[in-house]
Design a protein around this ligand. Sequence first.
Ligand code: NAP
Ligand code: G3H
Length: 472
Amino acid sequence: MKYKNLVNGEWKESEKEIKIYSPINDEELGSVPSMTREEVDYAMETAKIALGGWRSLAVVERAKYLYKAAEILERDKEIIGTVLAKEVSKGIKAAISEVVRTADLIRYSAEEGLRSVGEIVEGGSFEAASKRKVAMVRKEPMGLVLAIAPFNYPVNLSASKIAPALIGGNVVLFKPPTQGAISGLLLVKAFHEAGIPAGVINTVTGKGSEIGDYLIAHPLVDFINFTGSTPVGKRIGELAGMRPILLELGGKDGAIVSDDADLEKAAKDIVSGAFSYSGQRCTAIKRVLVMESVADKLAGLIKAEVEKLTVGDPFENADITPLIDNRAADFIEGLIEDAQEKGAKALTQIKREKNLLWPVLFDHVTLDMRIAWEEPFGPVLPLIRIKSLDEAIEICNGSEYGLQTSVFTKNIVQAFDIAGKLEVGTVQINNKTQRGPDNFPFLGIKGSGVGVQGIKYSIESMTKIKSIVIDL
Ligand code: NAP
Ligand code: G3H
């Protein structure tokens, strides 16, 4: 199947194409166009032309397209979910849930857009100001939003940019991940079928390493909304110049386990947090910092949970499935070997078949090991034993990342005290690190990002205020 780009309301091929294979079994799934710079220019120009008409629609009119697109996605959840499961090796149940979650996200974006009105500010609060002075504070679109999404949620993390951008009156140039491009294009197909006007969403497929810089530096782009790795995010920061950006990047989320925690619950949450989708989540728990006094017990409980995980085929809903590619598996293997050489104790077998890695649990991980600091984006979990909660906070804050941290303790005052000291966007108390629900603010600091997502916050990020002042 030859998939095409949506540009100015038409599905277009390019001379060159990229073949997409499934990471599960190398099945050829189809091809997507590899766009040229001239084709990118045309997509940008037609989007800019569409901006005037789209931003001048009443928000209730824009919302109708979003509701319709959500309905279509939900109708096609099994078709799209099946492609998604094959394309990024995600469990079929989780893949279909991703499509349903996305339909909900699009609907909620429409609702939030309807709620997100401007305000009137009256003068008179300051001596020098006339009380007859009034400011009408309006929210206006940024213009052309460049949305770039990662492979791990090719439908949901794409829509989490597209829907809030559109409801805010922006037009979107969407670049899906190459591995995940078919799923991304099927998402856009739902908007097209919903009748969204030509040019309001245009798509660009092609390898980020080849067209990424050109897209980011393009003078017609007004706002860049990116989710992906920290190195690419940093590059975007360099190229963006004065233009506003929203970056959601990598993480090294820790789970701090106090000696008074409910260890059974902590072990279950940690394993689900660390190993869902084989650890390929920005919010995966990527290290456990456990008080020495309960470390043996927690390690045993986590090991027992890891041993329950199934490994294999996404279409049999295995917990651990083939990773996105061999390169990812090689990188993780490097982290595993480094940890073994430096004396970490593997509590599970270490086994690999091509890009399928069995889940690995390491105990006695020390701070000189790469696995203590680097993001594996795969099924490996290090346990670091700590002597005090202050030490755990220091290790967490020593990370280049600042996405989320979990704190497991029965002492709620202690939990809030730790939460206040952690340098992260979100602290989860007695739960795994996670993004949802999608109306919550979601952000990373330091190497984990810039700006805030979450439906309402994404709309705010992708709109700007205009104040119109008059003396009545
Ligand atoms: P990635 O390699 O950074 O790719 C992300 C997107 O950027 C893809 O669409 C990719 O296109 C594109 N890209 C690559 N090079 C580019 C360049 N020079 N200029 C512009 N775009 C470029 O990340 P990934 O492997 O897909 O995703 C895994 C990473 O994303 C992890 O670090 C994870 O933590 C992070 N992530 C963060 C969040 C969050 O919300 N904080 C959520 C999900 C994932 P191609 O596919 O064509 O290369
Ligand atoms: O990979 C990063 C995603 O934003 C994580 O989302 O916590 O809902 O799995 P999630």
